[in-house]
Design a protein around this ligand. Structure first.
Ligand code: COD
Ligand code: ZN
Ligand code: ZN
Length: 376
């Protein structure tokens, strides 16, 4: 391509500091170095986790930074040695990489690579430099993929090729939100047909959990949120009961336990709060109940639990990116999307140009959007 090997000037949304809205700027994007890929991002989804950057709640974050970890695009150029993608390929950047060599990449049961952000911060490329500059300043990367940029550079291990027929403005959700929730039900909880489930939090990720529980054949799916405006969509996606904790005097775990006799088979926390984690744990049955934690607490917060809750047999599990081995699984999920095995389009409530990125965050904070897709 004509731009190959050259610096590209383009738009990107920059978080200059904690507490400031994003600012859409012209940035310079350097060509990919060896083992790296430069991608023209076509569409990017706004996820709650990006908001954690503005709130200063995301662990190990350096500023200024270009957020965004859900997106889809087309490879513009590749650095030396890159073999898995080539210019023109449609791709999804991966917020969990696959180094392919660590003990967890080699374990078929594990999906969280040792090159991931919580192990080793990814605010810079693996060679500890940045490909982004703006107004003469170095701008940091986010999770190695920074999808809120018209062009971004990722290591080859953080990008995967998808079917060229995939609509990028739709399948961008498979990069995080949809896959995270759907996989939490299918892979982490391994929901069984005829079972009962409770899902705390009905954002894009929680609703994807609902879709996963339904796809796995759950007979009852109790959807829980303080925002009743989320209930219509939850029902459409498979929830059988929708409840608002604020409508009850007693704790919500008691309500769920009474509704089901002894608690659900599987509970999910998809909010990222101490109180709802405790409630979700107590909502699954004391013998075989499985609680899957999807939400993450703000850096530094901790949960204290009565160990008796676990002594009788309950299981407490965590799930990142839905347990998918993402580099291999995303192309398969895209194929399933194209075969209409699930309809993640139902999560997209808004589409905005990148210049209106802050409006997208306002909609999310106000509880008015599920997923906003930004277009470049
Ligand atoms: N009780 C019940 N529901 C509540 C409460 C409460 N006390 N407080 C908020 N809610 C509801 C909100 O009304 C909203 O509907 C929902 O919870 C949260 O949804 P969103 O739209 O804000 O968030 P999502 O779905 O985009 O993301 C939720 C996560 C839990 C995934 C995210 O916030 C998080 O913790 N991310 C880090 C963990 C992770 O791995 N994420 C995957 C990569 S993002
Ligand atoms: Zn996300
Ligand atoms: Zn690895």
């Amino acid at each position: 391509m004509a731009t190959s090997g050259k610096v590209i000037r383009c738009r990107a949304a920059v978080a200059w500091a904690v507490g400031k809205p994003l600012s859409v700027e012209e940035v310079e994007v350097a060509p990919p170095k060896a083992g790296e890929v430069r991608i023209k991002i076509v569409a990017a989804g706004i996820c709650r986790t990006d908001d954690h950057i503005m709130e200063g709640a995301f662990p190990n974050m350096d500023y200024p930074v270009i957020p965004g970890h859900e997106g889809a695009g087309i490879v513009e150029s590749v650095g030396e040695g890159v073999t898995s993608v080539k210019p023109g390929d449609r791709v999804i950047p991966l917020c969990v990489p696959k180094c392919g060599e660590c003990i967890f990449c080699l374990n078929p049961e594990a999906n969280y690579c040792l090159k991931s952000h919580f192990v080793e911060p990814q605010n810079l490329m693996p060679d500890k430099t940045s490909r982004f500059t703006c107004k003469g300043k170095q701008i940091h990367h986010f999770l190695w993929i920074s999808t809120f940029a018209e062009y971004t550079v990722t290591p080859e291990c953080a990008v995967t090729k998808i079917d060229s027929a995939a609509p990028l403005d739709k399948v961008c959700l498979l990069g995080c939100g949809f896959s995270t929730g759907y996989g939490a039900a299918i892979n982490t909880a391994k929901v069984k047909p005829g079972s009962t489930c409770a899902v705390f939090g009905l954002g894009g990720v929680g609703l994807s959990v609902v879709m996963g529980c339904k796809a796995a054949g759950a007979s009852r799916i109790i959807a829980i949120d303080v925002n009743k405006d989320k209930f219509a969509k939850a029902k459409e996606l498979g929830a059988t009961d929708c409840i608002n904790p604020q409508d009850f005097k007693k704790p919500i775990q008691e309500v769920v336990t009474e509704m089901t006799g002894h608690g659900v088979d599987y509970s999910f926390e998809v909010i990222g709060r101490v109180d709802t984690m405790t409630a979700a744990l107590a909502s699954c049955n004391m013998n075989t109940g499985v609680f899957v934690m999807v939400g993450e607490l703000p850096a530094g917060e901790v949960v204290s639990v009565d160990p008796k809750l676990l002594l009788t047999g309950r299981t407490w599990k965590g799930s990142l990116l839905g347990g998918w081995k993402i580099k291999d699984c995303i192309p398969k999920l895209v194929s399933s999307y194209l075969e209409k095995k699930f309809n993640s389009d139902l999560l997209i409530t808004h589409t905005l140009p990148i210049d209106k990125v802050n409006e997208g965050f306002e909609l999310l904070r106000a509880g008015k959007s599920i997923r906003t897709v930004l277009l470049f």
